[in-house]
Design a protein around this ligand. Sequence first.
Ligand code: 5GP
Length: 379
Amino acid sequence: MTQLLSETCLDYSDILIKPKMGINLNSRKDVGLQRDFKFKHGQKRTGLGVFNANMATVGNFAIVKKLLAKGMFATLHKFYTAEEIGNFLQECEKENISTDNLFITIGLRNFPDHLQKLKDIETKYGWKKNQNISIEAPNFYIPQALENLKKTRDAYPNAVIMAGNIASSDICLKLLDCADIIKCGIGSGSACLTRKQTGCGTPMVSLILECADIVHSVNGHICADGGIVEVGDICKAFCLNSDFVMAGGIFAGTDEAEGTIVTKYKLSNEVMPRFDSFGCKTAYDPIVQEQKFKQYFGMSSEYANKKYAGGMDTYKTSEGRELLIPYTGTLDHVLQDITGGIASCCTYIGADTVKSMSKCATLIKVHNQLNRVFEQYTK
Ligand code: 5GP
């Protein structure tokens, strides 16, 4: 019989973190942002559990380098060649940027080529210790995903392997036989059309709660992927006991993201008085506003299919969209917002480390998350 679960599932915008007394912390400076991770298959890494999405627009070298330099985790998109990745690893080494937290992404399509690419990076470019692999499929429920995950683990017994995406806990234990980190989230992404086109998905808050428990019970880790609108959402994910958070859209408007800046001009509804040589007002001219944008597209969009897979297969529908999103300047500001926001959240709940956020946090369901009354007047 068809089941309808009656409990309402929640998203980041449905909850807030309740400030409360905890450990005495006088300053955000005192918060430990770095966390030690011990993974199910034996590896250890240290860092702030924030990843960029492994998308063509934000899984690029420029973004990855800055995240790594800031002590975060990072993923490279799967379209780079072994040579390009090899050169990047060498460049980071020269610049003293640790690549211990760098994940190389592989996909299901042409899977043997992906494994060969990993081998090439290993044998030709010295990628030997601290190997991290992200095996990605928009839908990890298909049998081929599990089979290829097993093959990856067999080929790389000592790597940290992240696998996803899934959106229910029933599949987690199966994946953890081979994976260390389960990537959760289907349909939450800002460039995603899966919920529109298929009706499928699980809101992130409920999904993290559902998966974290079962994954942690066998020493696995989870990464909450997609749907980060504000830095506060990253804080919420950590408070909900997600070990990692992955985000695309918040990095996509920066200088470091792929793509050129597109400038558009539009007539505002404001006017400027025009004066003649006697100083008399003669007319009003409309003010033209300049707005800058960057391209951001979903990896299942028609655009991405055309660019990377030679076109859209006729049995498929596009589950992603192509967007022009507001340009936001340098990535440095976004990264400072992230570290600053997380540290500040910790002081509101008395957590002295990111790891202890979930123990310290009380989350509350809300009808209204933000006061947006003056939003249209933001400068
Ligand atoms: P964002 O941070 O922009 O909300 O979400 C980023 C995440 O969206 C990615 O890490 C990935 O999981 C997901 N994503 C990227 N492209 C697509 C797409 O074309 N379709 C769907 N359904 N999800 C996508």
